[in-house]
Design a protein around this ligand. Structure first.
Ligand SMILES: *Cc1c(COP(=O)(O)O)cnc(C)c1O
Length: 480
């Protein structure tokens, strides 16, 4: 484009005040406020000008060279509303999880039970005794509220909570093994994802890693031989997202014998997913519970609040009182301490475990894992019916059997039998439909298998069935 032509177009850009007066823009101002609209409009105009000046735009962007002021104005308004759409997708918003993965790490892991939500609302909408001892009228500790409940539910002497389980592991190692050795089996050097890797956590908490055993077999004597005067912690890690099977051996803490003349290291177990509910009642092999770890000889056990426990993101440390007391004195505790929302949510959750006869029915993550085949089938039929009614003209709908996993680094190797509604579109590419569902007003995250869009019903609520039918119709209508 010639320099002259570009200048012409630049001159054709309407004045900002004119654009602000447009109905569509006034609507955006009503929704998002004038300040933000001005900011985004500035970005849109800069972008347009830059494209013109650098001639980097695609052919259609360049077409505005020949466009009238009216066309240009429409283009600017379109770009502006697209910018707000993009901004909206980036906002924290609720999504429908149709993947069947109950503890979906990308979708916020465990949905909170009602009790937790009510407690957060109650505590956080006003003041609370977060750090105030109502009995004595003096400063109290935020760590005291949950300790008794956690001890009762796990059988521990003492307990403390921090921001997440990664922080719990870090804090324990930093408190007890700074500058000293941590023994860990080569079969348990876990990577959880999001850069949480056991070897790096050990090193970054200021400790020396001392690997023992092999990938598939670590015997008691591997640990026993490695214990020396500089050993501070013997760390066992739950292999939460993989399983080593076949020719394997791993040691139980209880069976490790401390060689004569050596000091017993602190026995620590990072459980990852701390389950307080006996899943064997659901036909799932029994998961090692925090109480089991203590019984097997662990002095300290760490686990997450938002995995199989079914609550908020938190790291829970339970164990010997003298050890928890030392952790409370570590200045780094302040860096990983959790806030009142977490404490409130966790208290609501623990009270559910305490008071409910069947806590698995009141804790969404557990009730979804516990949902039986009849109930899943009924839900799938109901969703299939809804989809046929709304969008039957555009697709073929079936109820199918599916296999699911718990997710969130929990229950590795356990397969759940679930039900899904499979939708085969008549014309449209299923990937395209999935993308549009993700970007719809009420985003829906679903799967695709063998060219069909799958809605797993385990993680869908009754209320969401309506919405899925409606959003799918909108998307398919728009595409055909
Ligand atoms: C999940 C997990 C962690 C990290 O827990 P977060 O609560 O996600 O920080 C650490 N260790 C193990 C074994 C885990 O499974």
């Amino acid at each position: 484009m010639s320099k002259n032509a570009i200048e012409n177009v630049l001159r054709n850009i309407p004045p900002i005040n004119d654009i602000l007066d447009e109905t569509a823009v006034a609507e955006l101002i009503g929704l998002h406020g004038r300040k933000l609209v001005l900011l985004r409009l500035g970005e849109v105009l800069d972008d347009l000008k830059n494209k013109l000046k650098n001639k980097t735009g695609k052919a259609e962007d360049m077409n505005c060279a020949s466009e009238s002021q009216k066309d240009l104005r429409e283009k600017i308004i379109f770009d502006l509303s697209e910018a707000f759409k993009r901004q909206d997708l980036g906002r924290l918003k609720s999504v429908i999880n149709a993947t069947g993965i109950v503890l979906h790490t990308n979708l916020g892991r465990a949905p909170l039970p009602k009790n937790s939500l009510e407690k957060v609302f109650e505590i956080c909408s006003g003041y609370s005794n977060l750090e105030y001892d109502l009995n004595k009228g003096i400063r109290g500790s935020r760590y005291d509220h949950l300790e008794e409940k956690l001890c009762r539910l796990t059988g521990a002497e003492s307990a403390i909570i921090v921001n997440n389980n990664a922080a719990a592991v870090f804090l324990c190692l930093n408190t007890f093994a700074f500058g000293r050795e941590v023994l860990v089996s080569r079969g348990e050097l876990v990577e959880i994802g999001g850069h949480f890797r056991i070897p790096e956590i050990i090193i970054n908490s200021g400790c020396i890693i001392r690997e023992v055993g092999t990938t598939n077999k670590t015997y008691n004597w591997d640990y026993e031989r490695a214990i020396n005067e500089n050993t501070a912690v013997l760390l066992k890690v739950h292999t939460s997202n993989y399983r080593i099977t076949g020719f394997v051996c791993s040691a139980e803490i209880k069976e490790i014998e401390i060689p004569q003349g050596k000091v017993k290291p602190i026995m620590m177990e990072d459980l990852g997913s701390g389950c307080l509910f006996d899943l064997s009642s659901l036909g799932i092999s029994k998961e090692r519970s925090p109480g089991d770890s203590l019984e097997s000889g662990a002095d300290l056990v760490t686990f997450s609040g938002d995995k199989l426990l079914g609550g908020p993101q938190a790291g829970i440390i339970i164990g010997k009182k003298e050890l928890i007391e030392k952790i409370k004195k570590n200045p780094l505790l302040r860096i990983v301490r959790c806030d009142k929302m977490t404490i409130a949510a966790l208290e609501g959750l623990l009270e559910t475990y305490d008071h409910a006869d069947s806590p698995e029915m009141k804790i969404p993550a557990l009730s979804m894992l516990a949902e039986d085949s009849d109930s899943l089938t009924a839900k799938a039929l109901s969703l299939a019916k809804k989809i046929k009614k709304e969008a039957g003209a555009f697709c073929k709908v079936d109820v199918i059997d599916v296999e699911e996993v718990a997710g969130g680094g929990s229950l590795p190797g356990v397969v759940f039998r679930g039900k899904a509604v499979a939708v085969r579109t008549l014309k449209e590419n299923p990937e395209q439909i999935r993308k549009l569902l993700r970007k719809s007003e009420q985003p829906i995250v679903c799967r695709i298998a063998e060219d069909r869009i799958l809605f797993h019903v385990r993680t869908i609520t009754e209320k969401e069935i309506e919405i899925i039918g409606r959003e799918l119709r909108k998307v398919l209508e728009q595409k055909s």
